[in-house]
Ligand binder design. Structure first.
Ligand code: DP6
Length: 330
């Protein structure tokens, strides 16, 4: 029986988006990306390898996952077994600390926590960079959740060169995010499949690669200048261009719902009133609003005209991954 290891990883929201792979096996992205790790949402995962088990046993938020759902996790554990020489099946217990049904449950914090806990339980000692490269094989956005604060994932050109590193941590200025958790609608397409379709069919994809290069340079400068307006402006245009790619794919798709547009319009109205706030969206309807902490009250007050208080969650910059070994749990 191996030691029991617990890891805690926070989710991150991309400010310059990752939207497309150039190698789906190695999980190499088409472009780099920049994110902010958040304090409010995280995943805690405990792993131990147990040679008495016939197959991996995965419990997610208190429920044992059936084989099809567990497949992506077991495939990732196979990679760790291959790299470490560990041969036993694993017991994995994972909890997502995200308000239930928020739809913010993220493969980013999930695979980052799993990479850290499982690699250590398998006897590997990895540097943060090596951990970032390993987490990448589980989910692209997990590459960045190893680190806290502002993080850049370098696209790289092979397994060695594609990893994330912190740009600014701790974040010593006033920037926060308000997550607007919207009514769930059936997800039109997973992020993995959506981005693959975009790369294969959008005639605008070459322009995305070009503009993302500029956005990365501009975002690095904006973060280092602690310039909220610049960070927000670049984040908003990166998100809108990503969603425009989806509309230009064949067949076209979108994650926007009517509520998404309501939230976006509220942000635009607030901005017209002189409040510095910007929106970003990922592969789902929820809107995340980038703003200063001092403006969160006026922004949430405006949002409450259309949404319930429980739908609004304020998050601050969050920390990098933590790992603890627990010899006592047998
Ligand atoms: C819109 O990391 O979920 O959130 O690598 O296929 O697991 P896979 O995709 P995933 O995609 C995240 C896409 C995004 C943008 C981002 O986080 O950069």
């Amino acid at each position: 029986m191996s030691k029991t290891v617990t890891a805690k990883a926070h989710t991150n929201i991309a400010l310059v988006k990752y939207w497309g792979k150039r190698d789906a096996t190695l999980m190499l992205p088409q472009t780099g990306s920049i994110s902010l790790t958040l304090d409010h949402f995280y995943t805690q995962t405990q792993v131990r390898f147990n040679d008495q088990l016939p197959t991996d046993q995965i419990t997610f938020n208190g429920t044992r996952l059936a084989a099809p759902q567990a497949q992506r996790i077991s495939t990732f554990l196979d990679l760790i077994r291959q790299q470490s020489g560990q041969t036993a099946a694993a017991e994995v217990v994972t909890t997502n600390h995200v308000p239930t049904s928020a739809g913010l449950a993220s493969s980013a914090s999930g695979f980052a926590a799993l990479a850290a806990a499982a690699s250590r339980a398998a006897g590997m000692t990895l540097t943060p960079t090596e951990l970032s490269r390993l987490a990448r094989r589980g989910s692209g956005s997990a590459t960045r959740s190893i680190f806290g604060g502002f993080v850049e994932w370098h696209a790289g050109h092979d397994d060695q060169s594609s990893y994330a590193e912190p740009l600014q941590d701790p974040v010593d200025w006033d920037i926060q995010m308000i997550a607007v958790v919207l009514k769930k609608s059936p997800k039109p397409i997973s992020s993995t499949a959506g981005m693959a379709r975009v790369v294969a069919t959008s005639p605008y994809y070459p322009a995305w690669i070009e503009t993302t290069k500029h956005d990365l340079t501009a975002m690095r400068a904006a973060i280092s200048a602690r310039d909220l307006e610049a960070v927000g402006t670049i984040a908003e245009r990166s998100a809108m261009r990503m969603h425009a790619l989806n509309l230009s794919a064949e067949p076209a798709f979108t994650y926007f719902t009517a509520d998404t547009l309501t939230a976006i319009n509220t942000v635009k109205d607030l901005r017209a009133r002189g409040i510095n706030c910007y929106y970003t969206l990922d592969a789902g309807p929820n809107v995340k609003i980038i703003c200063a902490g001092r403006d969160t009250t006026v922004i949430t007050t405006a949002l409450k005209q259309a949404f319930a208080a429980e739908q609004l969650i304020v998050a601050k910059p969050g920390p990098g991954i933590t790992v603890t070994e627990d010899a006592s749990i047998e």
